[in-house]
Design a protein around this ligand. Sequence first.
Ligand code: ATP
Length: 605
Amino acid sequence: MVGRSIRGCPCSVWKTFLLCAVILVWSVSGSVLVLSKRSRGGEAMSLPKVAANYTPLTPLGFLERSAFVYGSRTSVIYGDVRYTWAQTYERCRRMASALVKRGLSRGDIVSVVAPNVPCIYEAHFGVPMAGMVLNAINIRLDARMTAFFLEHSKTKALIVDEEFFPLIDEALGILSSKLGSIEMPLLVVAEEGQGGIDRQKHGGFAAALARGAIEYESFLSEGDPAFVWAPPADEWDSIALGYTSGTTSSPKGVLLSHRGAYVAALSNLLVWEVPIGAVYLWTLPLFHCNGWCYSWGIAAHAGTNVCLRHVTATGIYNAIRKYGVTHFCGAPVVLNMLINSPVSERAPMSHTIHVMTAGAAPPAIVLSKMEEQGFRVTHTYGLTETFGPSTICAWKPEWDSLPVADRARLNSRQGVRYVGLEGLDVVDLKSMVPVPADGATLGEVVMRGNMVMKGYLNNPKATEESFQGGWYHSGDIAVKHPDGYIEIKDRAKDIIISGGENISSLEVESILYRHPGILEASVVARPDEQWGETPCAFITPNGKVPITEADVIQFCRKELPHYMVPRSVVFGPLPKTATGKIQKHVLRTKAKALGNLNKNPRSRM
Ligand SMILES: Nc1ncnc2c1ncn2[C@@H]1O[C@H](COP(=O)(O)OP(=O)(O)OP(=O)(O)O)[C@@H](O)[C@H]1O
């Protein structure tokens, strides 16, 4: 029937033709649509970002929320000074507003030179709330280096604690004599106010005012307490600039994004299980990597920031007693200071005190002594370039039942990636192939993801080099254990190569720390005609047990293969960076100055 009607009627032919054409067009356009949807990931993936569902990530909103939800809780304590979260929010908005009123613009760098006191905490919010970039400068640098940072960062405003104004004055003097004349940054000076410094000796406050600085509280009062701040236009905008410690080379200016700071701050709370309302003691300098992003993190959980101008064992134990501190961070040098403090000074541990350590490798013995004292130590590892800690030695419940020394040994490893870091590996230095998880093969630690810096300020070469092959290169040498945990063996520059064998200076140091007469130890390479290099130990005795070079060598011989035993020992204080890291490059220079060591070349074997 159908066939006959088609043959018998030309109209039907046309109809059929048209029908076929429609079907063809429909199916082709359909497939195009399907293809294009597939290439975009389908309907489920193609919905756009709109104002209702997308705002640039920034940690600044943590403060606004805590002021709203926990407005009357204590946010900051410094001596007699106490603020609530509502007050801190207001003070930070005032700061942002005052900076804008003084003519600074979006993207300008505002530097802060202060120990852990309220003004530097407030600057972590106030400066970026004005769309500006915070540069917290290390207070232990000399005037020459400080001048370099001010010039390199093109600082437009400088908030300085009165104790450090003499340093700034000198730094600005260096700049103006170097450059002829300089456009003076806006100077704001914060008064100490708590009797924590000898004002006669420092005289910084009066000198700063005489130089035209405005007093910090007056500066805040210029600002609008209801200033309407806006989140960054783009989460990739910079929130902070931070210079590396300069442990191995000249410091580089690391730029950090709002997005990364948000991810790092929340990751920190998660991995360390920081509860709402934690009492956080500022032992870690806020100028060091923005206090590992706890500056912003503590605001997210409306904790209390206890400020500490001078970090001493007495200061820490007093704060524990007085404020019920629950958490603090510190480099191993701070832990060492605590375990070596007189027993009479120590605070009774009525609750668990959580300590996060990073910045250098904590010797296992230090970890076990901290544990014996009742501290719960979480070991993390990271760099200024990764917003501070970005790996954690994640604790396993099955380790609980192990002897204390085994627990400390496991915990002294640098561990696994943070929840906010997308990639972590140890790779061969040349081929970039991941090393086997055998706990022995050395490679470089590489990282990637949202907790990696934007790059170095005005240093495209260093930025490019550090991001080679799609990974951030840490310059740290490590092994990967069968359980996937990484363990740092040395910095690439610190490894000692003796007779073709790699010696991890950290391994030798961890043995030295077990000696009852040693307070601190650091091991570097000393030139040696026969072996190329041999280990040279620099030691600070603790004064409890007499100790000689022969004792040290003898002690190490019992614990280490002979080629790893220090051939020379030097006693004295160790040079450190502001963050308490031992400056091995200074020790290497000293070891080099000792000359070639080759008294008895075969004796080590
Ligand atoms: N838990 C840790 N164990 C061992 N080393 C650590 C640990 N945490 C940090 N480090 C060391 O600290 C380095 C990062 O330090 P930071 O970013 O403060 O500047 P710096 O590296 O000391 O200075 P510079 O890069 O100028 O030499 C790491 O590369 C690593 O060598």
